[in-house]
Write a protein that binds this ligand. Structure first.
Ligand SMILES: N[C@@H](CCC(=O)N[C@@H](CS)C(=O)NCC(=O)O)C(=O)O
Length: 249
């Protein structure tokens, strides 16, 4: 399965799948898939159809207690024991440290990457997410919410555009900060946000450079037929935002 980067050659022992990826084709899911493709680790794909409620399966919750994708299990984790990780930012850092790729060792360079990674995790993800929610999922069109999150999304695009006017990638060289942010700027997500990327020429240049990377193409193509933003069915709405979210016990 996937992981066509470095892959693995040799005997049966070497062909053992090391990483399991719990995935659905969403921006947060794409971060982990693109990273696995970039670092070239073989992985086994476990689709978690969040529109159908797979995220509530107790076996998945044992791996990802917040019932969200993505999650991974590394069968060669610390101490050579299986290790499960949820939260896409932590997954990116873990895989970067495991492989020595896309996160520099030098303290200043490392923290420049981590600043932009946390900027994505704390700002781009949640606020772009709400922008998409109120435009494409909310059953009522609430002008205040639509305007609030659209304006915040535009503001964050301006921050990205300014940074990318000064350097090729968010933290200098291509890094996990770019891998975290790029999926939130992909065309289908922008369509949901009703956002014209050409207003932000530096973001456009950066987006196109990342989109052309073979590993990014492979990671973005995973379960692409199932990719669907906005206009949820009643059942999908219930699974994503309905009662099951708030059920206790
Ligand atoms: N902070 C989490 C967010 C993960 C997240 O929100 N995942 C969404 C898909 S993009 C999900 O699994 N949603 C399922 C649900 O809402 O039940 C991360 O970065 O991994």
């Amino acid at each position: 399965m996937p992981g066509q980067g470095a892959g693995r050659a040799g005997g049966a022992e070497e062909e053992r799948i090391v990483i399991e990826l719990y995935f659905w084709p969403t921006p947060n899911g794409h971060k982990a898939a693109i990273m696995l493709e970039e670092v070239g680790l073989d992985y086994e794909l476990h689709p978690i159809n969040i529109l159908k409620g797979d995220q509530f399966d107790p076996k998945f919750i044992a791996i990802s207690p917040n019932n969200r994708i993505p999650a991974i299990v590394d069968h060669e984790g610390p101490g050579d024991a299986p290790y499960a990780i949820f939260e896409s930012g932590a997954i990116l850092m873990y895989l970067a440290e495991k492989t020595g790729m896309f996160l520099p060792r030098d303290t200043a360079e490392r923290y420049t990457v981590l600043q932009w990674l946390f900027f994505q995790v704390g700002n781009v993800g949640p606020l772009f997410g709400q922008c998409g929610h109120f435009q494409g999922y909310a059953p009522e069109k609430i002008p205040y919410a639509i305007e609030r999150y659209y304006n915040e999304t535009l503001r964050l695009y301006r921050v990205l555009d300014t940074a990318l006017g000064e350097r090729d990638y968010l933290a200098g060289d291509y890094s996990i900060a770019d891998i975290a942010t790029y999926p939130w700027v992909m065309p289908d997500v922008r369509k949901l946000h009703k956002l014209d990327i050409d207003q932000f020429p530096n973001v456009r240049r950066w987006h196109d450079a990342i989109a052309a990377r073979p590993a990014v193409e492979r990671g973005s193509a995973l379960l692409a037929d199932d990719l669907k933003y906005g206009d949820p069915t009643d059942a999908a709405f219930d699974n994503l935002f309905g009662r099951r979210e708030t059920e206790v016990g």
